[in-house]
Structures are given as C-alpha cells and as structure tokens.
Design a protein around this ligand. Structure first.
Ligand code: NAP
Length: 430
C-alpha cells in the first residue's frame, strides 16, 4: 500500500482525495484541525447559498470510499508536525486554504469594530474560532471594504430580513444578532471603478431582489455604456447589474451603496470605530488606483474588510510572503510535500476551480511516489497520536455530529450547527 496524507478537508483536499482513491492501492488520510469536515463549504460559503454547499455530498462520496479516512480534531503543528507526517507518508499534501485575512494596513485598523471578513464570515457560519466575535450592529452605518464576492456576501447577509434566512444554515447567534440589528446604510468601498470589480453576475443580481434593501450606484461613476462592449461576457453582465442599480429609488429601509474610486485611508473613533476616512481615487493607464487628495468621511459603527486572504505559514515550509501562499513549483514544495487549492494558488477562484487543481495534484502525487517507499502510513500516525493521547474524530463520528445538527434544525433549515469544538465532541459523547 502507498500512503498519502492530505492536511485540510475542504474542497481542494477532497478533490485531491477523489483522484488519489481511484488508484486503489493508496490509503489517504484527510486530516483536519476541526472535528467536522469540508472547510470553506461549511464555514466560508454563505449560509444562504445552500446549492453551492450541496457539493459536500460529492466529498462525502469520496470520504466513504474504502481507502479514504477522515482524521478530525488533529492539529498539524501541535498534535503532529509536518516533518513527522513527511516521515510517515509517501506524500503530504497541504490543502490548508487561506483562512487568514490580508491585513488592512491603515491607521485605526486596530480599533474595536474593525473586523476582517474571515472573522465575520466565520461568525455567521459558526466557525468555532469566531463564535464569540459579537460584531457591533448597533449603529446605522457599516462600511464594507473591497469589491469582490466576499464583500457582496457580507453586505447581503447584513441586509437580509430574518425571513430571508429560511432554508439557510446561518447559526442561531448570528440570526439573533442580525434580527436586532440597527444597520440601515451599508457602504461598499471599492478603490477602483465598476469595470474593475471582482464580483460575479449571479451574486450581484441577488442584491436586486432583497426584501428590505436597495442597492444603489451613482450613475456618474459608470463609464459610457458603449465601453461595456470590450468586457468579457461575465463581467459585462455584472456591470449591467450595476447599471440597473442606478435607477433605484430609496424606497426600501436599508440601502447598499456602491462607492467606487473610494480608498479607505484611515479609521477613526473614540475607543471604537465611528468613521472611515476615504480618499477619492483616479486610475492610471495600467488601471492602478491613485489618491486624488480629496477625502471625506463615511459614518460606520462596523467596518468589515473584505480584501482577500492569506495561507498561514508553517515553520520550515517555504512560503511566498508577497502572495500569501506556500512557495511551490506547480504544487511541489519539497520532496514528499505538496500544496493544492488556495494554499498553492492563492485565494482566487470558485469552489469548482479546485476540482481540476485537486485532480492535477493528485495525479502528480501518484506519478511522483511510484511504488511507494514502504512507509508506515496511517498505522504509524495512529501509533504516534495514541502515544500523545490524541483520539481523532472519525467520519462515522462526524456523521453522528451531523445527525445531531440536523435534528436541532429550526423550521425548514437544513441544520443548526454546533459552534464550539466542545459541543461537537459532546454530540459523540466525549
Ligand atoms: P477578491 O475577489 O480578490 O477581491 C478583493 C477585493 O479587495 C478587490 O476588489 C480588491 O481591489 C480589494 N482590495 C484589496 N486590497 C485592498 C486594499 N488594501 N484596500 C481596498 N481594497 C482592497 O477576494 P474575495 O472577495 O475575498 O474573494 C476570494 C475568492 O473567493 C474570489 O475568487 C471570489 O470570487 C471567491 N468567492 C466566490 C463566491 C461565490 O462564487 N459566490 C463567494 C465568495 C467568494 P483591487 O481589485 O483594486 O485589488
């Protein structure tokens, strides 16, 4: 038998496992720090996007194949080191994603109420690391920084009514907090223009159908309509949505204002955020933004910075600091050590982008390891963990946790997620 460990049980991890298990003589251990699998599907994809989350059924199919095993609640770096894994397995694949926020490097970014999207998204999705975030929703203004799909997710979740979360798996603490929210003005700050957004048409279109919120765009920010012809079709559709938002009257109680050519330069407040100082920008010939010197203030009791993510470095593993990902040659980091998904490419692309990536890295590993080196594999890991009194959560355990979550679901929702590791373990009697 050949042995491969995958660190991270999100999309990139399971797509890689899916390819590896086809080889039939490869035992694959998918290791995760949490007792629950699926990474970004569970804790990143918006709770009201259940059709995207449904892809986890495919990962379950892989997890239930003979040679694939889920090893949950095992922290690589604490319970076992990368070097130990490389010693035990023919290959180790880092599928650790990019769970850290890119830092918002402006004065005042450390004020209370300035939150990165990883934390905010993790909070409404029940990630145990962020269950206690308690974001301030007591002021009417919120500034959302960034012009990507995560900014749209955050704005939409802040704008929805309780009824609009029916059928979602938003967690109870977020549902309750949002129900009591005083938020009325959501300002999405983009440092460049409508033709430079990183927002996809389906996600933008959703904003046009919210029950109590109207998206608005200042027509003066839009380039002449004829210029849209040079955009690629998806982008053209997105810009068409933005054009439709210029016609919105302020009929609904919540507004979502797209503020383009708007670069946050400072955050101010007395002990907590009260306003964002924004500088107007202009674009150069290479479409880079530059400040014009003209500034204004946006009132906000909460700032959510949605400016992209980074992979946390692991001591001893080569890392590209500028790009926030492991340094690799197309996925090969060091002999026996690989990266896949966001940990390899950086944080861009949809869930589906990880499918060909996982397949490619899976095939690369199969080729590279040849017949295998007779390593100890999972028996070796089990012995090591047992010697450290670490008892992994199995896939069967996870299914019991999941059953308890489904049982606890409120009217029509698919599940009520446990938001602490203790509660997850409690569901399996630990
Ligand atoms: P993203 O698409 O890379 O967007 C980041 C945004 O932040 C860009 O508009 C960028 O502007 C802006 N930005 C970066 N640094 C900034 C700074 N210092 N100040 C102000 N603005 C700054 O990242 P994301 O929204 O986190 O999304 C990550 C990936 O997940 C994307 O591929 C996204 O499509 C995907 N995703 C998909 C879905 C979905 O399909 N439903 C949902 C969520 C996320 P510039 O362009 O000027 O750099």
């Amino acid at each position: 038998m050949r042995h491969v460990a995958i660190v991270g049980s999100g999309p990139a991890g399971y797509y890689t496992a899916e390819t590896l298990q086809k080889a039939e003589d490869i035992a694959v251990d998918v290791i995760d720090r949490l007792p629950v699998p699926y990474g970004l599907i569970r804790t990143g994809v918006a709770p009201d996007h259940q059709s995207i989350k449904a892809v986890s059924r495919r990962y379950e199919g892989t997890a239930l194949t003979d040679n694939v095993r889920f090893v949950g609640h095992v922290s690589v770096g604490t319970d076992v080191t990368i070097d130990e894994l490389v010693g035990l397995y023919d290959a180790v694949v880092l599928a650790t994603g990019a769970p850290n926020d890119r830092p918002l490097d402006i004065p005042g970014a450390d004020l209370a109420g300035v939150i990165g999207s990883a934390a905010f998204v993790g909070w409404y999705n029940g990630h145990p690391d962020f269950a206690d975030l308690d974001p301030p929703l007591d002021a009417p203004g919120v500034a959302v920084i960034g012009n990507g799909n995560v900014a749209l997710d955050v704005a939409r979740i802040l704008a929805k009514t309780p009824g609009e979360f029916a059928g979602s798996d938003i967690v109870a603490h977020a549902r309750t907090a949002l129900e009591a929210s005083a938020v009325r003005h959501i300002q999405i700050l983009g440092r460049r223009g409508p033709h430079q957004i990183a927002m996809t048409p389906k996600e933008l279109g959703e904003l046009g159908h919210l029950e109590r919120a109207s998206p608005r765009v200042d027509p003066a920010d839009l380039p002449p309509e004829g210029d849209d012809a040079m955009l690629e079709p998806g982008m053209r559709k997105s810009v068409t949505h933005l054009r439709s938002f210029t016609a919105n009257p302020v009929a609904k109680p919540v507004t979502i204002d797209f503020d383009f050519f708007a670069m946050p330069v400072a955050i101010e407040g007395d002990g907590r955020v009260q306003r964002v100082i924004v500088e107007r920008t202009t674009l150069d010939a290479d479409l880079r933004s530059h400040g014009t010197g003209e500034t204004y203030a946006v009132d906000a009791g909460l700032v959510v910075s949605c400016i992209g993510y980074q992979t946390p470095p692991i001591p001893g593993v080569p890392y590209e600091h500028g790009r926030g990902r492991f340094a690799s040659d197309e996925g090969r980091i060091l002999p026996g050590l690989y990266a896949v998904g966001w940990a390899r490419r950086g944080p861009s692309g949809t869930i589906g982008t990880n499918k060909p990536d996982g397949a490619r890295i899976g095939e690369m590993v199969i080729d590279d390891i040849g017949r295998g080196a007779g390593k100890a594999g999972r028996a070796g890991l089990d012995a090591l963990l047992a010697s450290r009194n670490v008892t992994p959560v199995t896939f069967r355990d996870w299914r019991r946790i999941e059953a308890a979550e489904v049982k606890a679901a409120l009217d029509g929702n698919p599940r009520e997620k446990f938001t602490s590791i203790e509660a997850m373990l409690g569901a399996i009697g630990r």
